[in-house]
Design a protein around this ligand. Structure first.
Ligand SMILES: *[C@@H]1O[C@H](CO)[C@@H](O)[C@H](O)[C@H]1NC(C)=O
Ligand SMILES: *[C@@H]1O[C@H](CO)[C@@H](O)[C@H](O)[C@H]1NC(C)=O
Ligand SMILES: *[C@@H]1O[C@H](CO)[C@@H](O)[C@H](O)[C@H]1NC(C)=O
Ligand SMILES: [Zn+2]
Length: 428
C-alpha cells in the first residue's frame, strides 16, 4: 500500500515534470480523456438541459440539440461524472461515440504533413493550399485567374480563383472553410476545383465550361491555421472579443437578420455573432468582394461539416424563400445523385426546419441582399461517428460523391431555367 502510494507520488511528479516541458515546448491544446456522446433529445426538458450546457466550461456542443433529434456533446474528463449524473435524472440516453477524443485527432491525418506536396490523401496547411492555387494559375493561365477576395484579422489573405472557359458565363460562387475545424470543407472544395479543370467526364466538363467559378477554399485562414498549430477543434475567427476570449462565429456575423436567433452574446461562446454585423475582418472584406461580383453570379454554395444535410435559406425563420419548391426539387435531385456512389444519405430542407435557428450566415446574406436564386449550404460527412475529425481517408470518397451531387444540382437548375443564360431566369 505504502509503496504503491510512493510510486504514485513519483509518477505524479514525473507527470507534472513532463507536463511542464510539454507546455513550454508545445502549446497545443490536447483532448486526452475527452469523451463524445450522442444524445437523443426527446422533449423540451432535455432540450433545455443540453442548451444550458452550451457555454459551460468543459461541455462542448459539436452538434447543438434539436427536439426529436440528437445532440453531440464533447465532455472534458473533469465533467464526465457530473454529466452522467445530470442525464441520469432525465430520459436522455447518451451513446458513447469517442472515449478519448485525442486519439481520434492523432489518427485523423497521418499524411497531412508531407512537405510541399498537395493532394487529397491528407489535410493540408494554408500555405500548401495557397501554393497549389498559385500553381493552377501558372499552369492554366488562360482559364484560372488569382483573386485576393479579402483578408483576416491576423493579416492573412483570403485567396481564391476565378475559373472561366468563356467570357460572360453565369457565375457560381463556392465558399469553403468558414468554420476553422471543418477540415473536410477546404479539402472537398479544392478537389472540386481540380476536377473542374482536369476531369474528362463529359458531364463534369459540360458543367465546368458552362459557368464561371469563383472558388475560395478557406474563408477563415486564421482559424484554419490555429486548428493546425494549436487547437484542432477551434471554430471561430481569432480576434480578441472580451472576457479573455477570442473570435466570433464567422457564419453568424453577416448583416442579414443578424443575431436574431441561434447565437449567444457571450464572447466566449462558439456561436458568438460578434458585437455587430461584419465586426470580423474576414466577413466584412469578403462581403465587399461578393458585392463587387454580385451581378455576375446566380448561385452561391457554401461547404460545412458535419451532418449530411443540404440546406436551403433561411436560418432566422422558417418562412420559405420565394423559389423554395424549385430549390427543394433541385436539392432532392442533388442528394439522390450523391447517394448513388456509396449510399451516403443526406436530407434537404430549410435550415430552421431540418436543424435549428441560426441567423447571420453567409448564404442567407447573399440570398437576402442580392436575391441570388440558387443558394445552398452543404453539411458534409459524417453524422457524428467522427464528426469534425473525419479521417483523411474519407476525403476522396466525400469529394467524389459531393461532385456527383453538384453536377446533378446544376443540371436540374438549368432545366428549371436557372443559370442557363444571362437572360430572364438568371435572376428572379
Ligand atoms: C416528437 O416526436 C413525437 C413522436 O413522434 C411527436 O409526438 C412530437 O410531436 C414531436 N415533437 C416535436 C416538437 O416535433
Ligand atoms: C444512474 O442511475 C442508475 C440507476 O438508477 C444507477 O445504477 C447508476 O449508478 C447511476 N449512474 C450515475 C453515473 O449516477
Ligand atoms: C425526391 O426524390 C425522390 C427519389 O427520386 C422522389 O421519390 C420524390 O418524389 C422527390 N421529391 C420531390 C419533391 O421532388
Ligand atoms: Zn460550419
Amino acid at each position: 500500500m505504502e509503496s504503491s502510494c510512493t510510486m504514485q507520488a513519483v509518477f505524479l511528479h514525473l507527470l507534472l515534470l513532463f507536463g511542464n516541458i510539454d507546455a513550454t515546448d508545445d502549446e497545443r491544446k490536447r483532448y486526452d480523456g475527452y469523451r463524445l456522446y450522442k444524445v437523443f433529445v426527446p422533449d423540451d426538458e432535455s432540450l433545455e438541459l443540453l442548451t444550458n450546457m452550451q457555454d459551460d466550461d468543459g461541455y462542448h456542443l459539436w452538434l447543438r440539440p434539436m427536439i426529436n433529434g440528437t445532440a453531440d456533446v464533447m465532455i472534458s474528463p473533469a465533467r464526465i461524472q457530473e454529466f452522467m449524473q445530470k442525464v441520469n435524472t432525465t430520459k436522455l440516453e447518451p451513446e458513447l461515440m469517442m472515449d478519448n477524443v485525442q486519439k481520434y485527432i492523432d489518427d485523423e491525418n497521418p499524411r497531412g504533413n508531407v512537405r510541399g506536396a498537395f493532394d487529397w490523401l491528407g489535410y493540408h496547411r494554408l500555405n500548401t493550399i495557397y501554393s497549389w492555387l498559385d500553381s493552377l494559375v501558372t499552369q492554366h493561365p488562360e482559364i484560372v485567374k488569382p483573386i485576393i477576395g479579402g483578408s483576416s484579422y491576423e493579416g492573412r489573405r483570403i485567396k481564391g480563383v476565378k475559373l472561366s472557359y468563356k467570357e460572360g458565363n453565369p457565375g457560381i460562387f463556392i465558399e469553403g472553410g468558414i468554420h476553422a475545424r471543418e477540415w473536410i470543407s477546404p479539402a472537398v472544395v479544392t478537389y472540386i476545383l481540380n476536377e473542374l479543370i482536369l476531369s474528362d467526364d463529359s458531364r463534369v466538363r459540360y458543367m465546368a465550361e458552362s459557368y464561371d467559378w469563383y472558388i475560395f477554399p478557406v474563408f477563415n485562414p486564421d482559424g484554419y491555421e490555429y486548428t493546425h498549430t494549436t487547437n484542432r477543434l477551434w471554430r471561430k475567427t481569432r480576434r480578441p472579443t472580451g472576457r479573455g476570449c477570442y473570435g466570433a462565429d464567422p457564419n453568424r456575423n453577416w448583416n442579414f437578420h443578424w443575431a436574431e436567433g441561434g447565437v449567444s452574446r457571450n464572447p466566449c461562446s462558439e456561436i458568438y455573432p460578434g458585437d455587430k454585423p461584419f465586426s470580423e475582418t474576414e466577413t466584412r472584406t469578403m462581403s465587399q468582394y461578393i458585392d463587387s461580383i454580385q451581378t455576375k453570379i446566380f448561385s452561391y454554395v457554401a461547404f460545412h461539416s458535419y451532418s449530411q444535410l443540404l440546406l436551403i435559406p433561411y436560418g432566422h425563420s422558417n418562412k420559405r424563400v420565394s423559389n423554395y419548391d424549385d430549390l427543394f426539387q433541385i436539392g432532392n435531385y442533388s442528394i439522390n445523385a450523391l447517394s448513388q456512389r456509396y449510399g451516403t444519405r443526406y436530407k434537404v430542407g430549410n435550415i430552421v426546419d431540418i436543424i435549428y435557428v441560426a441567423s447571420g450566415g453567409s448564404m442567407d446574406w447573399v440570398r437576402g441582399t442580392y436575391n441570388i436564386p440558387v443558394t445552398y449550404t452543404y453539411e458534409l460527412r459524417d453524422k457524428g461517428r467522427y464528426g469534425f475529425i473525419l479521417p483523411a481517408s474519407q476525403i476522396i470518397p466525400t469529394a467524389k460523391e459531393t461532385l456527383d451531387s453538384l453536377v446533378a444540382m446544376f443540371e436540374q437548375a438549368a432545366k428549371l431555367g436557372y443559370g442557363s443564360s444571362m437572360t430572364a431566369q438568371f435572376r428572379l
